[in-house]
Design a protein around this ligand. Structure first.
Ligand code: ADP
Length: 562
């Protein structure tokens, strides 16, 4: 541990809170810049809302939410309208302070007028959300799921999901919310930090019982009741991928600001905690994303009144140790080095194989013999190539180790040696992206809008677009015409930027933030392609802009050459 930083560079930095815990210039760090900000309740709700505007059906896994204080009038109006159109609708809402955690400050209400507006709401912004009244119950108790997700890389996008997670149980039998039980947190909130204080909390050594269990034990029970567990997993995977797709545009803006492209810098990965609630019909709903999920594998036990001791928690251990172990295996810098060497050797091996093939054909060898000889020769070449390029004994012995794994080099041809990885249990983290990329790529529209935004940011290190950058964007993409003058462009910029900046999100920099740019972009798309649905309007405008920018780049290239 280096609380005051460290002079010698590391392969992997494990930060406790955020990317900025220490200044680092190389290696890999376990946090992305901007992630903590992105998963705050308000920012997450905004990012998901943008996607809901574009793809309402695909993003119906997040409860309808309003941001307080600015959307309070909208909240009141929309609830009134919904009640008018369906008098049988008796909703409950949950109010969650922004930036809160562990159930802190959360309360349930039946009517918008019950919001505690007195003073605190102004000083503490919040999200108010439709409360899911019919959750799936196990043993008559409400529970939620904590799933661990590894975001291994942002560009290209790589996502892994842990095969097992935790189920955290309430400690009072669930009843649908009524005015009488609204305040009973042990019935409605599944937070471990709250329920641990209930007299009913059960610490269990068994992963199948108690107030904290493995998710796999719940799946087993559901499966024995005849539930379609495969479908449930596939819905959960799609919820995770879609949520990350909603977060990536802004994360990329933060990333280029802290780690400008083309300059040496660290790369990032991050373990995220997804909190998911299952509805009675088994539909998974996203509650929130945690940038710093607890990795504790022990809990406090009161030995005698006031005397506490940390004791191991088998359920936490079973799930969390595998997540950390597999994360380290996936980001292993030695593995990356081996892969680079392997790619280089494969190039030489291919040339050799071609030569051996020609040689064998010349001498009329039988196919089987030919294959055997060419393989043996290529493995030997791989071994000698690596050995020849080694600077130190350590590298040489590593090369021998590799050759042995591949079945070449000293005694390698005898076979039978196992890679060090083979001794470890199989990976609990399963890749879901790019594995399922094809099914989801059509959703990545805002990512492309963010790429345009980043191009026009100009000065590296900023996250906001100035008026000149916005004008250049309009001009280069040929968006201004007789119906849309440059004066109207300036008005659009000022109107939208002022409104977003008045919401008090980030006063450190002046200018247009990504969300404001996205709003302006949607406005332009609606203007230009009136009759289409929103996502098609936006896709058409992106194509239009990308086309003009590609033409411009080509022109500049030709001029440059000239
Ligand atoms: P925190 O970060 O404070 O834990 P959460 O958003 O996770 O805030 O909410 C706390 C708990 O409240 C959740 O674990 C869940 O049990 C319950 N909860 C949150 N949102 C909803 C909702 N929309 N419907 C039903 N229960 C909810």
């Amino acid at each position: 541990q280096f609380p005051f930083g460290r002079r010698l560079p590391c392969d992997i930095y494990w930060h406790g809170v955020s990317f900025h815990d220490n200044d680092i210039f190389s290696g890999q760090v376990n946090k992305f810049p901007g992630m903590t900000e992105m998963v705050r309740k308000i920012t997450l709700s905004r990012a998901v809302r943008t996607m809901q505007d574009l793809f309402p059906l695909e993003y119906n896994f997040y409860p309808r939410s309003w941001i307080l204080p600015e959307e309070f009038p909208l909240f009141v109006d929309e609830v009134r309208m919904m009640k008018d159109s369906d008098p049988a609708w008796k909703p409950t809402f949950i109010v969650k302070p922004d930036g809160g955690c562990q159930g802190d400050g959360i309360y349930l209400i039946k009517d918008p007028s019950d919001i505690r507006l007195t003073g605190s709401i102004q000083s503490r912004p919040a999200v108010v959300q439709e409360y899911i009244c019919k959750p799936l119950l196990v043993d008559k108790l409400k529970f939620d799921i904590r799933l661990y997700v590894l975001l291994k890389s942002l560009e290209p996008l790589e996502i892994y999901i842990a095969k097992d997670g935790l189920s955290r149980f309430c400690t009072e039998p669930y009843q649908e919310p009524t005015l009488k039980n609204l305040h009973q947190v042990f019935m409605h909130l599944t937070n471990y930090s709250l329920n641990i204080h209930s007299g009913n909390f059960i610490h269990s050594d068994n992963v199948n019982t108690g107030s904290k269990r493995t998710f796999s034990s719940i799946l087993c029970r559901l499966s024995s009741r005849g539930a379609d567990v495969k479908k449930l997993w596939s819905d959960i995977i799609s919820l995770v991928i879609k949520t990350i797709i909603a977060l990536t545009p802004e994360l990329k803006v933060y990333y280029q600001s802290d780690i400008p492209a083309g300059k040496p810098g660290p790369t990032c990965f991050q373990i995220l905690g997804f909190d998911i609630l299952l509805m009675k019909n088994l539909k998974p709903m996203l509650l929130e994303v945690n940038a710093n999920p607890s990795m504790r594998i022990e809990h406090e036990q009161e030995l005698s009144p006031g005397v506490f001791e940390n004791v191991p928690s088998p359920v936490d251990e079973e799930v969390k140790v595998a997540v950390i172990r597999d994360t380290l295996r996936l980001v292993d810098p030695q593995k990356k080095k081996r892969k680079d060497v392997h790619n280089c050797i494969m190039f030489h091996r291919d040339s050799l194989l071609r030569a051996v093939s020609a040689f064998c054909i010349m001498w009329g060898m039988k196919d089987k013999q030919h294959k055997h000889h060419s393989l043996k020769l290529s493995l030997k070449l791989k071994f000698y190539l690596k050995l020849g390029s080694c600077q130190t004994l350590e590298e040489a012995s590593e090369a021998k180790e590799e050759a042995r794994e591949a079945g070449a080099g000293d005694g390698g041809e005898r076979g039978g040696s196992r890679s060090p990885e083979a001794a470890l249990p199989s990976l609990c983290l399963k890749q879901v992206f790019p594995k399922y990329a094809r099914q989801f790529s059509y959703l990545r529209l805002v990512d492309r809008v963010a790429a345009l935004f980043i191009r026009f940011l100009g000065v590296k290190g900023t996250t906001k677009l100035g008026p000149t950058g916005f004008r250049t964007f309009i001009r280069n993409c040929k968006l201004s015409n007789s119906n849309f003058s440059m004066a109207s462009v300036d008005i659009l910029y000022i109107d939208i930027t002022r409104r977003w900046n008045s919401m008090g999100i980030d006063h450190k920099e002046s200018g247009m933030c990504l969300q404001a740019f996205v709003e302006a972009f949607f406005c332009l798309a609606q203007k230009k392609y009136k009759s289409l649905p929103l996502h098609e309007q936006v896709a058409s405008l992106i194509d239009f802009c990308e086309y003009h920018l590609a033409a411009l780049d080509e022109k500049r290239l030709v001029c440059g050459r000239g």
